[in-house]
Design a protein around this ligand. Structure first.
Ligand SMILES: Nc1ncnc2c1ncn2[C@@H]1O[C@H](COP(=O)(O)OP(=O)(O)OP(=O)(O)O)[C@@H](O)[C@H]1O
Length: 593
């Protein structure tokens, strides 16, 4: 078979070979005066971004590090000024100004152009928005917040890093404060002693993401009296129960730990008025659907119509949209950009790199990064691999080569996961090797480069992975190592890149033309994922239905961190199926919490 990858990665004229020149440079470094690089004009000539995407946002450190202490968030006279003037953050959010938002539904409330036009009734909330230096709403916020504040159910799809968390947190906090005004008496825990009765529930798929949402919601609720509590697996339940006993208005949870607490009669969902599902497509796919249905439909939660439900994600497969309608009542569907599209703030590059050459390629990239003068903590690199074992092996290898690295995956205990993330964020180990456990939702400042060492099998997973960079209006770089086994992804990848105005290598287009068009099983944008629980299989990444494989519809609970997660056996027969992962030794699954 003649394969089109024997062509140059960019022009298609010569075979792809190992890189010889130093043609990689992360975008933030391209602004350094001592470095000369040629950036394709299409990336620098966009009128809407002053100076092009590589120059517009330099020196604007993201002030939204979740580790930031609330006490640091005092409103200063400068902040008051920023409210009126254009600040560095304004220009960042301006990068989304061209994103069209499409709203579908009946009686759609009009969008707002500013936070003041939105008109939060709670001044404390407005103050906190200022403290966070959010000067103007992003497109999804402009549409979603008025819809939510009108009490409407909502399904919202917007690009990674475009501010979906605030889009569901602000209306919830505002509504709780308004409720509090109305019923001054029993705000917290009306009901049985020792049982918590939150008014709002936010569900998210990973422990790290729930912690991040908790931190964000706490910032937005600062000095409002609204109590935000987080519960997630892998951490001692006793402390979480103690936190609940102190009162909770907004509960942020992973599904498994929440079910556990409800079954122990520590939490009741009877008073839930607001339900938000972050990464909603993941929460409703085959990995989580059963548990989420149990929580939403069988555990005393008021039905649709008696509660407000908001679903948010950057990707929303059509099947999941259909499923989601069970949870919604007369909802409005918002799409910022296109469903499942990636932001053009991320420069995407795809290199053809055979498996055997991947480590060399990676080291070349990292060496080139190293020779630039940017402090490591300001240019973090996130490397995605497919398996937990692969993550450990690559991390060890990189460390051995002198690249300070750490790894995160579902077989690590929670303390190790948190340590890895902290070390990465601080820049102590500026390279994080991760499985898909880190693919969704995490907002880590200064991630300049995402490398797909192993590409995922579904393009939606790719969208979330690369979305760890290019956030809040800043630019980022994503490099993917494409090899022969990724051919099924080619068509969807090409389409995605074209939508985001990226330069598509000719060889990739040729692959796309020859490969199965993946709007279904392989590489498709609309598909269900199965998960395995073995270290040598994709960590949360979809385990595609190989014809001879019967995967159980379980999720890697070790990723999601829910010790109570019910799992079914995993009848995978490695010998009789070709999954493309046969280069890893069989490993007995150890990842279940
Ligand atoms: N209006 C705003 N002005 C300035 N910064 C903002 C604004 N809204 C959100 N941000 C910042 O943008 C970053 C990304 O926001 P967020 O994490 O909510 O994105 P997201 O859309 O949920 O991304 P993902 O799809 O990856 O989960 C955060 O650092 C957040 O503080």
């Amino acid at each position: 078979m003649s394969l089109p990858w024997f062509t140059d990665s960019s022009t298609g004229s010569t075979p792809p070979t190992r890189r010889t020149g130093s043609f990689y440079l992360p975008p933030h470094l391209r602004t350094q005066p001592e470095i000369t690089v040629t950036i394709p004009s299409r990336y620098v000539s966009r009128g809407r971004r002053r100076g092009g995407i590589f120059q517009a946002h330099r020196n604007t450190a993201n002030p939204f590090d979740i580790s930031q202490k609330l006490d640091d968030l005092e409103i200063t006279s400068q902040d008051e000024k920023n409210d009126k003037q254009e600040s560095p953050m304004t220009s960042n959010v301006t990068a989304y100004d061209d994103t069209p938002v499409e709203a579908t539904g009946i009686d759609i409330p009009p969008p707002a152009t500013s936070f003041s036009e939105i008109g939060f009734s709670a001044k404390a909330l407005t103050d906190n928005i200022r403290r966070c230096r959010y000067v103007k709403p992003t497109p999804i916020q402009k549409y979603a917040i008025p819809v939510a504040m009108a009490g409407r159910d909502l399904m919202a799809c917007a690009q990674t890093g475009s501010g979906k968390t605030a889009a569901f947190c602000f209306p919830i906090i505002n509504a709780i404060l308004a409720d509090k005004q109305r019923n001054k008496s029993s705000f917290h825990n009306s009901g049985a002693i020792g049982m918590a009765f939150p008014m709002a529930l936010i569900l998210a798929p990973t422990r790290e993401l729930t912690c991040q949402i908790h931190e964000e919601a706490k910032k937005f609720s600062h000095q409002t009296g609204v109590k935000v509590v987080v519960v997630y697996g892998g951490a001692p339940i006793v402390q979480q129960l103690r936190n609940l006993e102190r009162g909770v208005d907004i509960l942020v949870a992973t599904p498994g730990r929440l079910v556990d607490m409800i079954e122990r009669s520590k939490v009741s969902l009877r008073n839930i008025k607001y339900l938000a599902l972050d990464e909603a497509d993941r929460m409703l796919d085959m990995g989580f659907e059963r548990q989420v249905r149990k929580i939403v439909q069988q555990m005393e939660m008021p039905p649709p119509g008696s509660r407000q439900t908001m679903l948010f994600s950057a990707t929303f497969p059509a099947e999941i949209q259909k499923l989601a309608s069970d949870f919604l009542s007369n909802h409005i569907f918002l799409v910022a950009g296109k469903v499942g599209s990636s932001t053009d703030l991320i420069l995407q590059r795809v290199e053809f790199v055979p498996d055997i050459d991947k480590r060399d390629y990676l080291v070349n990239l990292l060496h080139e990064q190293k020779t630039n003068k940017t402090p490591a903590k300001d240019s973090l690199t996130l490397v995605f691999v497919e398996t937990k074992r692969g993550a450990d092996a690559l991390e060890r290898w990189l460390s051995g080569k002198g690249f300070p690295s750490t790894a995160i995956h579902g077989d690590k205990i929670q303390v190790e996961r948190e340590r890895a993330l902290k070390s990465f964020k601080s820049g102590r180990t500026p390279i994080l090797v991760a499985t898909d456990v880190a693919a969704r939702g995490l907002d880590i400042p200064h991630v300049a480069h995402v490398i797909n060492f192993d590409l995922p099998r579904a393009v939606d997973d790719y969208v979330h992975r690369i979305g760890r960079t290019g956030r809040a209006g800043k630019s980022g770089l994503a490099t993917a190592f494409f090899c022969e086994k990724n051919v099924p992804l080619a068509a969807a990848l090409v389409e995605l890149m074209q939508e985001a105005n990226q330069q598509v290598p000719t060889w990739l287009t040729e692959y796309a033309n020859t490969s199965f068009h993946g709007y279904g099983k392989f590489g498709g944008r609309y598909q269900y994922d199965d998960y395995s629980n073995s270290s040598r299989f994709p960590d949360m990444a979809s385990a595609y239905a190989d014809p001879c494989t019967t995967f159980s519809s379980t999720t890697d609970a070790s990723i999601y961190g829910d010790p109570t997660m019910i799992t079914t056996p995993f009848p995978y027969d490695a010998d009789s199926c070709n999954t493309g992962y046969n280069n890893y030794d069989p490993v007995v699954a150890t990842g279940w919490d």
